[in-house]
Design a protein around this ligand. Structure first.
Ligand code: ZN
Length: 292
């Protein structure tokens, strides 16, 4: 058995399925393998490659991941993590999902988990739960699998079918990530909860005003989200999380680097000419949904 086979990966194994033929996966040396012989490497860093040989449609590069690690590592977005964890906890309490010791062995799936910071916060809040983070970026997954002892990671593409069995997931997180509502519905248990975080039009507005080329928030985003989720989910509630963040220059650069804007901006020159705001508004909506 490989030393890279983490307890978390063993624990979530039953929830996984072969991305090629949908068969069950079992450990075979330093790989996962389905009965048809499709084989998926477990990286020595601990995540498993379940893209099935296909290329991802997108993914954070090393610079973006480093910026994200530095920024999130300061705790700057912890109020967002806390709001997500609270909604997941509420869903558990509502359905009495814990045993007498207050523990659960449920699976929390984070689609587009990045460095795993938010998923780790949810795992802290729900004792005994196990986490599976999916991301296209292997660099991000290397960090994610170190973020919490209950966290396993796999490469996967949010725009394709997830390598996860039907109704295997108790809580599904989509935090600043693209959405795949049909797959969300398929993998969630009927008593499961979906939590979606997305920016409001005020999010980072001071920074966007100063940094040319930084992508804004599409004003029709909310309508599109509603239309996309409506056939599959019913909204339980929405919380708005607003706060002001101090913005030293290095943090501003990291923040620009970790947004989608980074693909066409050179963040290392952010603020070289002109002003940078000293603080910035963080403004997101955190919603929970149940299937149906
Ligand atoms: Zn297979």
């Amino acid at each position: 058995m490989s030393t890279s086979l983490s307890p978390a990966l063993i624990r979530v194994l039953d929830a996984l399925r072969c991305p090629v033929c949908e068969g069950p996966l079992r450990v075979d040396a330093s790989s996962l393998r389905c009965p048809a012989g499709h084989t998926f490497d477990i990286a020595h860093q601990g995540y498993v490659s379940l893209l099935g040989g296909r290329r991802a449609t997108s993914g954070d590069d090393a610079d973006m991941v480093r910026a994200r690690e530095r920024f999130l590592g300061t705790g700057a977005y912890d109020p967002i993590s806390s709001a997500v964890a609270a909604l997941v906890q509420e869903a558990y309490l509502d359905r009495g999902g814990r045993d007498d010791e207050g523990a659960t062995s449920d699976l929390v799936l984070d689609v587009g988990c990045g460095t795993g910071r938010h998923l780790a916060a949810v795992l802290d809040a729900v004792p005994g739960a196990w986490g599976l983070g999916l991301d296209t970026s292997t660099r991000a997954l290397r960090s994610a699998v170190r973020a919490h002892p209950h966290l396993a990671g796999a490469t996967s593409d949010v725009f394709r079918d997830f390598p996860v069995r039907d109704h295997a997931v108790a809580a599904l997180l989509d935090i600043f990530a693209p959405r795949n509502p049909g797959e969300f519905r398929r993998v969630l248990r009927t008593d499961g909860v979906l939590v979606v975080v997305r920016p409001t039009s005020s999010h980072l507005r001071e920074l966007r005003a100063e940094v040319q080329g930084m992508v804004g928030v599409d004003p029709e985003k909310e309508e599109r989200l509603g239309a996309a989720l409506d056939p599959y989910f019913t909204e339980l509630g929405t919380r708005r999380v607003d706060f002001t963040l101090d913005l030293p220059r290095e943090r501003a650069r990291d923040l620009v680097s970790m947004t989608p804007s980074a693909r066409h901006l050179d963040a290392s020159h952010v603020g070289d000419s002109g002003h940078l705001p000293r603080s910035v508004t963080v403004s997101v909506l955190v919603s929970s949904y149940r299937p149906g």
